[in-house]
Write a protein that binds this ligand. Structure first.
Ligand SMILES: *Cc1c(COP(=O)(O)O)cnc(C)c1O
Length: 368
């Protein structure tokens, strides 16, 4: 049996007719840039999140970059984030000229640790970017408490977590502003790049809207130096179809994750933990083992894909050498990078596929 990490084609086939119709409508309308689907998707995602404004942009990275820029964060400023994430969570801080500062993560959830955030705050700190890693929300009560105490902005990196909940509140609705990615492999993925910013702050939303189209409100009149970072109409049309299914798909991910937990419980691997009173949407189902690389090799030999998330913590990336971090500075994140890996998980996955994956992991431990 062959099991992929995910299967976008299987998902496409479940919504093929609807998606084809939506794309055809865009083609027939010939309204390819900033058309009605972008506007409607912005409203629908804002409503889904539980906030007032949505601003569609070209991708999740631009969502973060434009947000930082609109907040006036730049040279001399520091932004605290986690090193256990996709590079863009920190990269965007550097793109706007500010400096990323890395806090450690909680050993169990792998989310940024509020205590470590607090230790890294100084007079240059302007914002915190908690990343809801693998689809589980950070400890937002504590993070907001710290942010309010020190007068800091909280930008939720919800790129992996649309639909996740923290004590009844959706990802993206607790911080001052939040960013989504619609990269094809994300829980809500387009058929190309896409992203969105959501916020209750009208002034900030207006500023971001300005920056996404060349600093212009009225064509050929420019009041700021901006970017070309619009969400594509075709992607918006696809995403509007997919948004209808996001809860169903997220719930399937959760069920498959719990099946894995049950099937793997007697093995010598660390299973993912869920924060109390929260909904984890399992963008990735990750486990930990000090024998990670050997397990991955054995799975590969048997047709099972898996993925290392993340092989190198961001603070030890080559490009950030000048920041002066050394091995050992951020122990939990570094440790997670040596042990964590993702097993195949997607909504359309079958129980037979899951059982096969687990059988192969069991086999690995029996042959040891
Ligand atoms: C995917 C991702 C991004 C970047 O999104 P793109 O749409 O690929 O630019 C940022 N942060 C996190 C945590 C992500 O997973």
């Amino acid at each position: 049996m062959k099991v992929n990490l995910l299967d976008l084609k299987a998902q496409y086939h479940t919504i093929e007719e609807e998606v084809n119709k939506a794309i055809k409508e865009v083609l027939e309308s010939s309204h390819f840039i900033m058309g009605p689907n972008v506007k409607k998707l912005e409203e629908e995602i804002a409503e889904y999140t539980g906030v007032k404004y949505g601003i569609g942009v070209a991708n999740g990275t631009d969502a973060l970059m434009l947000t930082l820029k609109a907040l006036g964060i730049g040279e001399g400023d520091e932004v605290i984030t986690t090193p256990f994430t996709f590079f863009a969570s920190a990269e965007t801080t550097s793109v706007v000229g500010a400096t990323p500062v890395f806090a450690d993560i909680e050993k169990d959830t792998l989310c940024i640790d509020p205590d470590s955030i607090e230790k890294n705050i100084n007079e240059r700190t302007k914002a915190i970017i908690p990343v809801h890693i693998f689809g589980q929300m950070c400890d937002m009560d504590r993070i907001m408490e710290i942010a309010n105490k020190h007068n800091l902005i909280v930008i939720e990196d919800a790129c992996q977590a649309i639909g996740a909940e923290y004590k009844g509140k959706r990802a993206g609705s607790i911080g001052h502003v939040a960013c989504y990615s619609f990269f094809p492999t994300k829980n809500l993925g387009g058929y190309g790049d896409g992203g969105m910013i959501v916020t209750d702050n009208k002034e900030l939303a207006d500023k971001i809207k300005l920056l996404r189209v060349h600093g212009s409100k009225v064509k050929y009149h420019h009041e700021a130096i901006g970017h070309n970072s619009r969400l594509d109409e075709m992607q918006a049309a696809v995403l509007r179809v997919k948004l209808k299914y996001i809860d169903k798909w997220n719930n399937s991910r959760g069920e498959h994750a719990h099946t894995y937990n049950e099937l793997l419980k007697d093995l010598d691997v660390v299973l993912p933990t869920e924060r109390e009173n929260c909904k984890h949407v399992y963008h990735l189902y990750t486990i930990q083992s000090s024998k990670r690389d050997e397990i991955i090799e054995h799975l590969k030999e048997n047709g099972v894909a898996s993925g290392i998330y993340y092989p190198i913590p961001v603070h030890l990336q080559e490009v950030y050498k000048h920041l002066g971090y050394k091995q050992g500075d951020i122990p939990n994140a570094e440790d997670a990078c040596t042990k964590t890996f993702a097993l195949p998980l997607y909504p359309e996955m079958t129980r037979e596929q899951q059982k096969y994956v687990v059988t192969k992991i069991k086999e690995f431990f029996q042959n040891k």
